[in-house]
Design a protein around this ligand. Structure first.
Ligand code: PRP
Ligand code: URA
Length: 215
């Protein structure tokens, strides 16, 4: 069965530039500087896919030659919500495409023993009902952190949430689908499985440690 049939909530961005950069990102010999730059570039490329259904509205403009009906993104304001820490590495790349997006933050870490997320920070803009939220986290492993992030944003009033990640495990995609079937997942890769410590295989290791040099 194809990945699209198995995981109807999932979009895998198969563009050659994305896959090329993913190969560099995963490589253990890639430097911290290189890793940061790649996360940034990949996030910008994935944002193109994550925003492809934003509604448009007609607008009348004057080109240097004549008046025309053009189209601009309508109504709902995009709000990015990076999951601390590793999601922070994705913010600037997306903001390069959408400089006026708002940015909320959610602090979660995985308990090492249970692998369940522990909340430590939450702040999103008011007026959540009228916004399009994009949760940013490079890794969707068990799905506990992503699901908790989406729940918190929905509790804050959001009606439209999607998740952008770089590497997803089938276990995480399915947990998110079970707990939040309305939330689309956009990823650069769907990997094979989790290991016994909840790390994605083949994966790229600990995204936060590789971004911030903390191991
Ligand atoms: C990583 C990653 C996700 C989470 C994914 O963060 O950035 O938030 O793990 O795992 P899950 O799908 O099993 O919940 P981590 O908990 O290591 O926190 P950190 O970025 O602060 O190191
Ligand atoms: N978090 C990471 O940073 N990497 C994994 O493989 C799983 C969770």
């Amino acid at each position: 069965m194809s990945d699209a049939k198995k995981h109807p909530n999932l979009t895998i961005v198969a563009h050659p530039l994305v896959q090329h950069k993913m190969a560099l990102l995963r490589d253990v010999s890639t430097s911290k500087k290189g890793f940061r730059e790649l996360v940034d570039e990949l996030s910008m490329l994935l944002a193109y896919e994550a925003t492809k259904e934003l509604p448009l509205q007609p607008v009348t403009i004057d080109t240097p030659l004549e008046r025309m009906e053009a189209r601009r993104v309508a109504g709902k304001k995009v709000t990015l919500v990076p999951v601390l820490r590793a999601g922070l590495g994705m913010v600037d790349g997306v903001l390069r495409l959408m400089p006026s997006a708002r940015v909320g933050h959610i602090g979660l870490y995985r308990d090492h023993a249970t692998l369940e997320p522990v909340h430590y920070y939450f702040k999103i803009p008011g007026d959540a009902q009228s916004r399009e939220f994009i949760v940013l986290d490079p890794m969707l492993a068990t799905g506990g952190s992503a699901s908790a992030a989406v729940s918190a944003i929905k509790q804050g009033g959001a009606a439209s949430v999607r998740l952008m990640c770089l590497v997803a495990a089938p276990e995480g995609v399915e947990r998110l689908r079970a707990e939040h079937p309305d939330v689309p997942v956009i990823t650069a890769a769907l990997d094979r499985q989790l290991n016994e410590n909840g790390y994605i295989l083949p994966g790229l290791g600990d995204a936060g440690d590789r971004l911030f040099g903390t191991k």
